[in-house]
Write a protein that binds this ligand. Structure first.
Ligand code: ADP
Ligand code: MG
Length: 448
């Protein structure tokens, strides 16, 4: 299949050719025609497979072919979970809008609010934004969404993980009309939270899934190493940094303070490392990303802030210094390498604190993972045994319509706090000693 088979507008087609894209990737082959036909989409494909173009092209095509519903309102809004990704999508979009009459603007948190008000007054057709800041402008009436034709959520699941569902709902409600089309993109879209949200946002969506997120990414070689503790992780890291043949490297840590500590440690060892974390101001963040993208630093130490979407073609290695707490982020972190058909290496260090996260990743990838060893580094840690759940005799209160309907002692698994199970229309509340107040409290909590 060729780009010319999509029936894209001539000038858009010549931009595609001019930019050197020869054949559409699989996700582009499926998502572009479906989006051009006007369907809402839930589209997933592996990291680095060209999802950005799969939504940019149909968006520009729609604007070129259709008359605007409103002269003033934006026609396309693209939302991403992080400012860095929004910037990247914006610069991709600009390459394609450069030869059109369409204006595109970028609205990010952390940047000057009043400047953005002025930018919005110019009535751009495209807005690329992070959800929090865009929702602020919407609330204050700096733009309206009655004319919105396309709402695109890139890395949709991550926006929900980060707690942006309220903002997304506000934006959705402000653009609630029949002609609105909605596209959801990510490498990981098959969890329940996304499904529930998709029901709220999308109309009869088509699902385009090239391969499941659990499928092996054939361009990324994964290796896992056990480590006894933090200092042994540092020894292992040192080993990889000196022995692996690499171009650029992204190291992921669990917390912001870990990024700083580790980057400092590497700098002391005269390795060219910088730390990117959410606590920096926006101009520092921009400067770090720009210089890393230009190849001025060899190593970027960061958190899951940089796990999604970033397309840095020179990254040959991803190192998980700590395993991610959100299981899906594993797929996204390692997907910072092995992009657009290139090969990449992913190294993960697993210490006692990572064990639970590691087991979750193993379950997610649906494979038994074995550990590699480094000659000369002796590791005692062999993994943790699963804890046996303790069974105790306890009073079990069965509640229906907020009333306790039975209160018999039974054998249950001991948990430290209240445990609520859904049993059809009933809620079963297990606890050793449960007062009527506690029953009320717990049902209330569920209803919230
Ligand atoms: P994803 O969003 O799926 O992770 P991106 O949209 O960031 O992937 O694209 C990854 C890389 O692939 C980018 O550098 C992009 O320019 C490149 N790319 C996209 N489409 C094509 C194509 N049809 N042919 C070759 N390279 C492509
Ligand atoms: Mg992407």
């Amino acid at each position: 299949m060729q780009f010319s088979d999509f029936g894209l507008d001539n000038s858009l087609m010549s931009t595609v050719e001019h930019l050197g894209f020869s054949a559409p990737t699989q996700i582009q082959q499926q998502a572009i025609p479906a989006a051009m036909a006007g369907h809402d989409l839930i589209a997933s494909s592996k990291t680095g497979s060209g999802k950005t173009l799969a939504f940019i092209l149909p968006a520009i095509q729609r604007l070129t072919k259709n008359r605007a519903l409103s002269k003033r309102d934006p026609r396309v809004v693209i939302l991403t979970p992080t400012r860095e990704l929004a910037k990247q999508v914006f610069s991709q979009l600009r390459l394609f809008t450069a030869n059109t009459q369409f204006k595109a603007v970028l609205i990010l948190g952390g940047e000057n609010f009043n400047d953005q008000v002025k930018v919005l007054e110019k009535e751009p057709e495209f807005i690329v934004a992070t959800p929090g800041r865009l929702a602020d402008h919407l609330k204050q009436g700096h733009f309206y969404l009655n004319g919105l034709e396309l709402l695109i959520l890139d890395e949709a699941d991550r926006m929900l993980d980060l707690g942006f569902s309220k903002e997304l709902t506000q934006i959705n409600n402000a653009a609630d009309h029949r002609k609105r089309q909605t596209l959801l993109f990510s490498a990981t879209l098959d969890h329940a939270q996304v499904n529930d949200f998709a029901k709220e946002l999308l109309k009869k969506p088509k699902r385009v899934a090239i391969e499941s997120a659990h499928t092996e990414h054939e361009d990324i070689t994964k290796r896992f190493f056990l480590a006894d503790n933090l200092s042994q992780k540092e020894v292992l890291l040192q080993h990889f940094l000196t022995t692996e043949t690499s171009r650029q490297i992204i190291i992921f840590t669990a917390t912001r303070s870990d990024t700083d500590r580790l980057a400092k440690l590497l700098t002391e060892q005269e390795l060219n490392a910088v730390a990117l974390s959410g606590e920096l101001n926006q101009s520092q963040r921009n400067q770090i990303m720009d210089s890393f993208a230009k190849g001025q630093h060899k190593i970027l130490v960061t958190t899951d802030l940089a796990s999604r979407g970033l397309d840095l073609i020179n990254v040959s290695h991803v190192i998980n210094f700590d395993m991610p707490k959100h299981t899906e982020e594993f797929v996204h972190r390692i997907g910072r390498t092995g992009r657009a058909g290139t090969k990449g290496d992913a190294i993960s260090l697993v210490g006692p604190n990572d064990w639970l996260s590691f087991k979750n990743v193993e379950a997610f990838l649906q494979q038994k993972i074995s550990f590699a060893k480094v000659d000369g580094i002796k590791v005692k840690f062999k993994g943790l045994k699963p804890k046996k759940e303790k069974v105790v005799k306890a009073k079990v209160t069965v509640v229906k319509d907020n009333k306790a309907v039975s209160n018999k002692p039974r054998k249950v698994i001991k948990k430290t706090f209240l445990d609520i199970e859904d049993a059809g229309a009933m809620k079963i509340i297990k606890r050793k000693k449960l007062t009527p107040d506690q029953i009320e409290d717990s049902t209330k909590k569920e209803q919230d």
